[in-house]
Design a protein around this ligand. Structure first.
Ligand SMILES: [Zn+2]
Length: 215
């Protein structure tokens, strides 16, 4: 892959990531500086385009996207890569993902705590919208969304997340308790579709249950 091609790919992905980020902000899924978004520029050696930390997602632009390597080191751009960059890299490694999207929505946050007995996953089944998830072709699909504990040190927690992803090879995303959703796709278009599907399903489940789950 030539240098010019990598630069062009990075610039195109940076622009698409900014569009996806503003879309998530507009939907109320990534308010303020919350949420972060990434896409693989090239696999070998791994180069990831990712949002920088501290940027208002409603004002996200291409210049807020940087390129990092497999160890989270900056390759291009200015700013600090997202604090959750190591988590994005863990998902890319363990899932072969081409893009990773992370939101902090109201319904994702509520449902991440909806398992009163401390269960480590949320089950979604019976909805037509499940068919928007990659490889799912019937509403009879049962989606198990793992719920992992929150932390402020994702560098240390990344191996734990990789283990959970290996234990749930069929999962299309996971929730971090009291925090938000991670999903991914073979490319940015698939990841965007999945974030819309999962956020839709969380809202449906949340509205349907009301506060009953607290009992
Ligand atoms: Zn987050």
């Amino acid at each position: 892959m030539s240098r010019a091609f990598v630069k062009e790919t990075f610039e195109a992905l940076a622009s698409q990531l900014a569009d996806v980020g503003r879309h998530c902000y507009e939907r109320g899924w990534a308010l303020g500086t919350s949420g972060n978004f990434s896409a693989v520029v090239r696999k070998e050696p791994l180069t990831l385009a990712i949002t920088t930390s501290g940027v208002d997602k409603g004002l996200l632009e291409s210049r807020h996207i940087v390129a990092i390597d497999a160890h989270g080191r900056m390759l291009q751009g200015s700013g600090t890569p997202s604090a959750e960059a190591m988590l994005h890299l863990a998902i890319v490694r363990s899932r072969g993902a081409g893009a990773v999207l992370h939101t902090h929505s109201v319904w994702g946050t509520i449902l991440s705590e909806a398992t009163a007995d401390g269960a480590d996953s949320l089950t979604i089944e019976g909805y037509e919208m499940l068919k928007g998830l990659a490889g799912v072709d019937t509403h009879e699909h049962r989606e198990r969304v793992p719920i992992v504990e929150n932390t402020q040190n994702w560098t240390a927690a990344a191996p734990r997340i990789e283990t959970i992803l290996r234990e749930h090879p069929e999962a299309h995303g996971f929730l971090i308790r009291g925090h938000g959703l991670y999903t991914w796709g073979k490319d940015l278009a698939e990841a965007k579709r999945q974030i819309e599907i999962l956020e839709f399903l969380f809202e449906v489940m949340g509205r349907k249950r009301g506060l009953a789950w607290q009992l």
